[in-house]
Design a protein around this ligand. Structure first.
Ligand code: DI6
Ligand code: FE
Length: 406
């Protein structure tokens, strides 16, 4: 009888454990996996004399927690490349949204697409993230905006995990924009969300959380508060697109509902930061949207850091404001544009991303955690943010099994 399924040797490890200095680095290490769980981790010299079914010597590669993309909108039809071109010629994101472009054009395409069509394109995107070391993806709905189309999108999201092996966490983002059939009646749409969409989707267990877009071009704090109150009644945790284009007190609103995360935060005030700290809400930074929108207002990174608020980094992959399919590129951008250290960027795509999703069993390498491990051909974990556009993945284990990367 073997004690372990798999033993990895000849590795350096970045555990990314909370409070561990310098990435939690362990050189000349070994990792043992049993039943999909990390069962031993430490210096090779201290490895207990136990037997493994398979032993792999990884030739000096680095092992980190597998990456976690905690904010994406992967399921959508069509694209908005023509709008991107218009914006590069001077039109603003808000201008385009006001004339029925923007999110609404993706809603039209997504409603018209079959589940299989949505699945094929979303699967490609999930595979692109997989090839970057991402084992867990949060996927939001929000391009359906009616019961059937939101259900279709969430079901498509869940299907992806059964094919790629990735963990998919779904988030209902019905309050993304006002759909055409409620034009001029945002409150009526909020009513539909609270009375029908939320309870139906909760009963079908299709969503792990509820999100909203709190913005002058989307929903007010009062409207979002109604959705959040209903979500909490149904025992669903909330997250928020907060203060991305203006300070709408989004961070404080998220904190009031004990949100798992408040995301974007470019215009968040000091009061918002303090409220997040008090509520234990994670900050999710989205540099892909920041650069794609030519934003100049930086999120309050120094204040978040000083308040000890965990900072996650995600792609925000969406066809409008962040056509970004590499979490490592998001990390690299977060170091350049937001001033994160490479260690903060890696914590942001591992430990703090897990926190933003309420997942306690991953994001760090520790005995008892899921064996979601990324193997990299690098000379130090800071290389992961240093390079833009390299491909150093040497392997990815999801719950102890090899993911097929290509
Ligand atoms: N996330 C969102 O949901 C919105 N902006 C962002 O960063 C809008 C996405 C879109 O334009 O489709
Ligand atoms: Fe988003």
């Amino acid at each position: 009888m073997a004690d372990w399924d798999l033993l990895l040797t000849d590795i350096s490890v970045a555990t990314m454990r909370e409070g561990a200095p310098d990435y939690g680095v362990l050189e000349n290490a070994a990792i043992a996996i049993q039943g999909g769980i990390l069962s031993w981790l430490g210096p090779r010299a201290e490895l207990p004399a136990k037997r493994a079914i398979e032993t792999r010597s990884l030739a000096g590669c680095w092992v980190t927690p597998a990456l976690i993309d905690c904010h994406t909108h992967l399921v959508f039809a069509g694209d908005r490349a023509a709008e991107f071109e218009q914006r590069r010629r001077g039109a603003s994101y808000a201008d385009i949204a006001l004339v029925g472009g923007g999110i609404l054009s993706t809603v039209r395409a997504t409603r018209a697409a079959t589940a299989d069509e949505l699945f094929e394109t979303a699967l490609k995107r999930a595979r692109a993230l997989l090839a970057d070391g991402v084992a867990t993806i949060e996927i939001k709905s929000g391009y359906g905006l009616d019961l059937d189309s939101e259900i279709k999108s969430l079901e498509v999201a869940r299907r992806i995990g059964s094919v790629t092996g990735q963990t998919i966490r779904t988030t209902l983002l019905a309050a993304h924009t006002v759909p055409p059939e409620f034009n001029g009646d945002a409150d009526g749409y909020i009513e539909l969300i609270c009375a029908t969409l939320l309870p139906t989707i909760a009963a079908r267990q299709l969503a792990d959380a509820v999100d909203a877009y709190c913005e002058t071009i989307a929903f007010s704090t009062a409207q979002v508060a109604k959705v959040f109150a209903r979500a909490r009644e149904l025992n669903l945790p909330v997250k928020l697109h907060a203060d991305q284009l203006s300070d709408a007190n989004g961070a404080a609103l998220a904190a009031k509902f004990s949100a798992l995360s408040a995301d974007h935060l470019e215009y968040t005030s000091m009061a918002g930061v303090q409220a997040m700290r008090a509520a234990g809400t994670t900050a999710v930074l989205l540099p892909g949207a920041f650069v794609s929108l030519n934003e100049t207002q930086l999120p309050p990174v120094a204040a978040l850091r000083a308040a000890n608020i965990p900072m996650a980094v995600a792609t925000d992959c969406n066809p409008g404001t962040s056509p970004l399919l590499s979490l490592r590129a998001a990390m690299a951008l977060a170091t350049r544009v937001f001033g994160l250290t490479p260690e903060e960027a890696l914590a942001g795509a591992t430990r703090n991303a897990a926190r933003a999703l309420g997942l306690a069993d991953r994001g760090t390498l520790a005995v008892g955690n899921r064996a979601d491990l990324a193997v990299w051909d690098i000379s130090h974990p800071h290389d992961l943010s240093y390079w833009l556009g390299s491909d150093p993945m040497a392997g990815l284990l999801i719950a102890g099994r090899d993911a097929s990367l290509r």
